[in-house]
Write a protein that binds this ligand. Structure first.
Ligand SMILES: C[S@@+](CC[C@H](N)C(=O)[O-])C[C@H]1O[C@@H](n2cnc3c(N)ncnc32)[C@H](O)[C@@H]1O
Length: 347
């Protein structure tokens, strides 16, 4: 059984027993890889008409391989790539004897990718919780353009650095104020290499368009149009100001940086409130993640749920019904996990 091979390998590396890993609740990020993979396959099938059978799929930043395994189980011909050799070894163990999937250790934003694969090799490219970890997203998009066939599409999911909730507590490091600073100043609050680069929605819209992915369909995963109010947003800004006032800064200079970042953030928000539609503001500040599909002109992206067109964003589809409670209970997912950042373990 490949998942148990994977668990044994992880347990040996962490110097704990496999039982301890299996019993921990909530499951850690690596341990939940297969469950998250299954959920994502289920989510994709709920968003658009998508038959993975026989599709050639590239899983960019596959990490422990759970999504690659789930897509292969659904009939896709999957290749997973990751910049880390260590992750590729885990993904191979995870897929071993279970599914037929290939894995390569390669930087997805480097030209090396073009030596491994032929041009136009893939029908679907998945970049799930990866774009924020890649510095050179333009070169990654250029590679995706090169790798995708004429009717192909990509699925992407990226945390929204413009959510005030992430300014209150950044999703990966859980530190106040990080997203208010430029990434090269993060070390003031987080003294290690972070390798996280938040970018605005317009950045992704621009690179997709530039690299021959003119169709975009965002999925309103958190149902912001129904659930998020401008009043809530105003409260979050108030909380931000309160926290900025009382925070234990390492030194006065850092306080200045955070205050400047907060002023910049507030000015942008006030500008948006004054100049953009309410739906745009809700989507831009209320979404935990931006996720959806970007496709070739010839791609057939057929949403399964209500779609609306919103100025400044484009097409946005409802996420559809959440997973049945039984599915959720079986996997020990809490309501908080469903309602909070869905990649709760933003790694
Ligand atoms: C948060 S994890 C996401 C893992 C996986 N997609 C999932 O949904 O569970 C980000 C992954 O992207 C990989 N990554 C970061 N930069 C990369 C690059 N330039 N090329 C390929 N993979 C990269 C990391 O090694 C890591 O495994």
């Amino acid at each position: 059984m490949a998942y148990s091979d994977f668990v044994n390998m992880l347990a040996a590396a962490l110097k704990v027993t496999p039982e301890a890993l299996l019993e921990a609740r909530p499951l850690s990020f690596p341990m939940s890889t297969n469950r998250r993979g299954e959920e994502l396959v289920e989510f994709l099938g709920r968003c658009i008409e998508l038959d993975l059978k026989g599709k050639r799929v590239l899983d960019v930043g596959c990490a422990y391989g759970g999504l690659s395994v789930a897509m292969a189980k659904a009939g896709a011909r999957v290749t997973g790539i990751d910049v880390s050799k260590k992750f590729i070894a885990y993904a191979e163990a995870n897929a071993l004897d279970t599914v037929d999937a290939d894995f390569y250790a390669v930087d997805a934003s480097s030209v090396s990718v073009r030596k491994i694969f032929k041009q136009g090799s893939f029908d679907l490219i998945v970049v799930n919780d990866v774009l924020e970890h890649i510095y050179d997203t333009a070169s990654l998009a250029a590679n995706m353009d090169w790798l995708l066939n004429d009717t192909g599409m990509i699925y992407f999911k990226v945390p929204n650095g413009f959510s005030p909730r992430f300014a209150l507590s950044e999703g990966h490091r859980k530190i106040f104020g990080l997203t208010l600073l430029d990434p090269d100043c993060w070390f003031h609050l987080y003294p290690k290499r972070a390798s996280i680069f938040y970018r605005p929605l317009s950045h992704f819209q621009a690179i997709f368009k530039h690299f021959n992915l003119p169709q975009t369909l965002f999925v309103d995963e958190e149902r912001v149009f129904l659930r998020f109010t401008l009043r809530k947003l105003k409260n979050q800004f108030k909380q931000l100001y309160d926290k900025a006032r009382d925070y234990a800064y390492p030194d006065p200079q850092v306080k200045t940086y955070v205050r400047e970042g907060l002023t910049r953030f507030r000015d942008e928000y006030l500008y948006d409130v004054e100049n953009s539609g309410e739906e745009f503001v809700k989507f831009k500040y209320g979404s935990f993640f931006f996720n959806g599909f970007a496709g070739r002109a010839g791609a057939k992206i057929r949403p399964l749920h209500a779609v609306r067109e919103i100025a400044g964003i484009g097409l946005v589809a409802d996420r559809g019904e959440p997973p049945a409670r039984a599915f959720v209970a079986e996997r020990g997912i809490s309501d908080e996990q469903l309602d909070g950042p869905q990649s709760a373990e933003l790694a």
